[in-house]
Design a protein around this ligand. Structure first.
Ligand SMILES: Nc1ncnc2c1ncn2[C@@H]1O[C@H](COP(=O)(O)OP(=O)(O)OP(=O)(O)O)[C@@H](O)[C@H]1O
Length: 692
């Protein structure tokens, strides 16, 4: 017996649905529509009101309108250019419609004497009021107006609204629209059922005006956004629990090494550092892998926290490794750790691409035998021959600069045994709370929200490029008075070669203008040994001025440097400016950061400079950054492999996020089937790679 319905369900690939060939399937895939289920959640961007007719005489320029009338003429004219011009008449007047691109079939549709509806924006034209490229709908005898608003969907080249509507309507009929939300939650948040919400958004009833739907606060929209957030929470939480179910080494030693390190430091930990060290310490003593993100503003003192965690591993008889994204940063960490730990008899291996083969091999052998307990390096650490047989803790600095696979790879260095190492990720880019709750729901988060005492806030100045000479003079005076300064060269995203050229030119100009100063240059193309020699000379106070590209953006810590000039500051992102500025203000001298900008400023350029000028706190800057750039760009979610939110807005829908987080945990625990169904509905097979 033939099946009653041939409509595809669930995950059936689009090619092969009724009326969908390979070309259409390809276009649907561009919209991320790979199953009928995806069609359901492809929601309108906006609506058009075709439920009413406007008399031609009442149509106002600048507004969309729908008119109905009889075609009185239709012809192709060649002047001023080839176009199709039709005239439509109703009882109140006549309107001209023009199409610059048209098909012969359109001319037939507009044959004189036919009745048509035109939908489009009216504007004042040469012949009076006209519509350019209106949509044409031939009216059949006695045909009524549609009762509902017409949805307009996001689409792609070659895929018309009518096709999308047809496919979506088909899916609305064939797909199950089960509701997985507990009744009590729906009532508390005042949310409609899933099926009702979806139907309303795809086919709003006549009494709901478009404006009410378009701001996306209608209960139907809130229902959809809540589901989306819930699915995200469930998937991240599930990944968290899966990793947590593994066994990790229990890093509970005597605490002797940590105490010895603290006793030898010239400073006491801040309250925030003590709290965070305790949070991490407690995690490391558990038999499950820690998955913690440590967020701290620039200069908040993350390195010592990492060092104490690594010592806890060593104390318990394990190894620890720290990976940093740039060689400058990794080397600096290595130097700092070595200086702190050598007196305790703890050795630190140093692995970077630039180290000679023999030096690396020797280090590798000592790590592999377990003789050296700690390793610091760049991604050289995750390259093949590196073996850390007793890896108990992996620390990843500036974690967002690494891809998912790289972070995963570091942890796997210790996977020779059956134990999974603990993972500590660090970030100097604070993440606003709602974003952390959402995109980082699979991590525990620790925050260093206190700067070490004795820092003087950095004075930020905005100076037009036209006053460059004055700035150069200021650098001269400052340096001759014993300060050190950075001069950051413009960022040129389009061309690395041009960026290098600019850095060299800037260096040459400054050397000429400031013959009395000792000046160094660092950029990404220098040989690592040259780079590190220049950095070391600057750190030792042998150079007054360091001309640099953004290679110094993260982590560089030279407390005597108290003046920074950033050229073409308007080209940098907010997080970048904040990081760069964080290189000064690390000692007790008053620090100044001069942001040189070129006129005219673009609107975003101006907005960014204003934010950086007005704010010193990384969290406040991050909130503004999120507002300006949106979450996708902000967390680098595309690289991170995490699914992005399509509908929910973390700021506007913060209440839904809180509720989704709580419910996500409950569903996973008590109703795993509902949790799985929600994930399948929203993420299909595309949960993406989750974090290491
Ligand atoms: N409690 C403290 N008291 C005084 N100085 C401290 C304290 N903790 C750290 N420091 C010092 O503050 C400086 C900044 O610390 P660190 O380099 O660890 O910052 P960070 O959080 O890594 O910042 P960034 O991300 O900007 O590099 C270092 O010179 C460090 O020795």
């Amino acid at each position: 017996m033939a099946r009653a319905s041939t409509a595809p369900r669930g995950d059936a690939p689009a090619a092969g649905w009724p009326g969908v060939g390979a070309a259409l399937a390809g276009r649907l895939a561009k919209l991320d529509i790979r199953s009928p289920r995806d069609l359901l959640l492809h929601l309108p961007l906006r609506y058009e009101d075709e439920t009413r007719l406007t008399p031609i005489a009442a149509a106002r320029a600048g507004f969309p309108a729908q008119v109905e009338g009889e075609v009185t003429s239709c012809e192709v004219t060649l002047r001023p250019r080839r176009q199709l011009v039709a005239r439509i008449r109703d009882d109140s007047g006549t309107l001209v419609a023009r199409w610059l691109h048209f098909y012969p079939s359109q001319q037939k549709l507009l044959a004189p004497g036919r009745r048509v509806r035109l939908f489009g924006e009216v504007r004042g034209g040469f012949f009076g009021d006209e519509m350019v490229h209106p949509r044409v709908h031939p009216v059949a005898e006695g045909e009524a107006l549609p009762e509902a608003l017409t949805p307009v969907y996001p689409t792609t080249a070659g895929l018309g609204q009518a096709t999308l509507r047809r496919l979506i309507d088909q899916a609305l009929k064939s797909e199950p629209l089960d509701d997985w939300l507990p009744e009590a939650v729906r009532r508390r948040l005042d949310l409609p059922g899933f099926a009702d919400a979806l139907r309303l958004l795809h086919h709003p009833p006549p009494e709901v005006p478009a404006s009410v739907l378009e701001d996306r606060q209608h209960p139907a929209w809130r229902r959809i956004k809540f589901e989306e957030l819930l699915a995200q929470q469930i998937s991240l939480r599930r990944a968290y629990l899966a990793r947590r179910a593994k066994t990790a080494p229990v890093l509970a030693g005597s605490g002797r090494l940590a105490q010895a390190l603290l006793a030898g430091l010239p400073f006491a930990l801040t309250g925030a550092q003590r709290r965070v060290v305790a949070e991490i310490g407690a995690d490391l003593a558990q038999p499950h892998p820690m998955q913690r993100l440590l967020m701290g503003d620039v200069g908040s003192g993350k390195t010592i926290v990492a060092a104490l965690a690594m010592l806890q591993a060593v104390d318990a008889g394990y190894q620890a490794a720290l990976m940093a994204p740039t060689e400058i940063l990794a080397e600096q960490h290595w130097q700092k750790l070595s200086a702190w730990l050598a007196p305790l008899g703890v050795e630190v291996a140093w692995l970077a691409g630039s180290r000679g083969k023999r030096a690396r091999e020797a280090e590798l052998a000592r790590l592999a035998s377990g003789e050296v307990p700690l390793a610091v390096g760049t991604h050289a650490l995750i390259e093949d021959p590196v073996a850390l047989p007793r890896l108990g803790l992996a620390v990843v600095d500036e974690q967002h600069r690494f891809g998912v696979r790289q972070r995963l790879a570091l942890r796997e260095k210790g996977a020779a045994g059956t134990l999974s190492p603990h993972l500590l990720m660090m970030s100097a880019t604070p993440i606003p709370r709602t974003l952390a709750m959402s995109h980082y729901a699979d991590l525990d988060v620790s925050v260093l929200d206190e700067l070490p005492p004795g820092r003087t806030p950095v004075l930020t100045k905005l100076v037009s490029d036209a006053r460059r000479e004055e700035v150069v003079a200021r650098v001269r005076d400052g340096c001759l008075a014993g300060r050190q300064a950075y001069w950051v060269c413009p960022l040129i995203e389009e061309s690395e070669a041009l960026q290098l050229q600019t850095a060299q030119d800037t260096y040459a100009t400054l050397c000429e203008a400031l013959p009395e100063l000792r000046i160094g240059l660092v950029h990404g193309r220098l040989k690592p040994a040259e780079k590190s020699a220049t950095m070391a000379a600057f750190a030792a106070g042998e150079l007054h001025l360091l001309v640099a590209t953004t290679v110094i953006e993260v982590g560089v810590d030279v407390p005597n440097a108290s003046l920074m000039v950033i050229e073409h500051a308007e080209r940098f992102g907010l997080a970048q400016l904040h990081q760069l500025r964080g290189r000064v203000g690390r000692g007790s001298a008053e620090s100044v950061c001069i942001l040189l900008y070129a006129q005219p400023l673009s609107q975003t350029g101006r907005a960014r400079l204003k934010v950086i000028f007005e704010n010193a706190d990384g969290f406040a800057i991050a909130r503004e950054d999120l507002r300006i750039r949106g979450p996708g760009e902000f967390v680098g979610a595309r690289q991170s492999g995490l699914p992005l939110l399509r509908y929910a807005d973390l700021e506007v829908d913060a209440d839904l996020l809180e509720a989704a987080r709580a419910l996500g945990e409950t569903l996973l625990r008590d109703e795993p089937q509902a949790a799985a169904a929600l994930m399948a509905r929203w993420l299909g097979g595309r949960e993406g790679l989750l974090r290491a």
